[in-house]
Design a binder for this molecule. Structure first.
Ligand SMILES: [Zn+2]
Length: 182
């Protein structure tokens, strides 16, 4: 039996879930900023496409951080085996042995490969970035719509007091406060 050192599933899943949450927050902020840049009020089909596409571009900045996304793999499959191998122990199970094959787990006693980004890291990055993109765009669109309806309600109140009211504006909610609702 040749055991290959792998990160515990709970660590891998926990790490990825935390990254998805973090990236979703980033995607939400990106979507809100794009919504402010697009301008106008209300979400037409074209606005949704523009906001989703621009948010995806912002999210692609995360892909080169594959080493961060792959941290559990890099630690358990490369860093820990490497340290064991240097200490003259089996890279796979840590058994004291410099024999060709570990008597404990049967793994060969050879220097483990270092971590390098490959297709599976890209796939793992996609599993973080794409859900975060979808969730972030939806959350951003929802928050922007809430902000707009709050503004509409405010204008209704002002109009009921002053029917002559024509022009009213206020900044959008953070992080799009550079843009005005009119
Ligand atoms: Zn072993």
């Amino acid at each position: 039996m040749t055991a290959r050192a792998t990160a515990p599933a709970s660590v891998t899943w926990g790490w990825r879930a935390a990254l998805v949450i973090l990236c979703t927050a980033y995607g939400t902020v990106a979507a809100l900023v794009v919504r402010g840049l697009v301008g106008g009020i209300g979400f037409g089909a074209a606005d949704i496409v523009i906001v989703a596409a621009a948010t995806l571009v912002a999210m692609l900045a995360i892909v080169p951080m594959a080493a961060v996304i792959d941290l559990p793999e890099a630690l358990w499959e490369h860093w820990i085996p490497e340290r064991r191998w240097r200490a003259g122990r089996c890279p796979s199970c840590g058994h004291e042995s410099r024999q060709e094959r570990c008597p404990e787990c049967g793994a060969p006693f050879e220097q483990p490969a270092s971590w390098a980004a490959d297709w599976s890291s890209l796939r793992r990055a996609a599993w973080v970035v794409l859900p975060a993109w979808a969730l972030g765009t939806m959350a951003g669109a929802m928050l922007a719509t809430l902000d707009e309806s709050a503004f509409r309600a405010q204008v209704e109140v002002l109009r009921s007091r002053d029917p002559e009211l024509r022009d009213h504006s206020r900044p959008r909610a953070w992080p799009a406060s550079f843009a005005e609702l009119r």
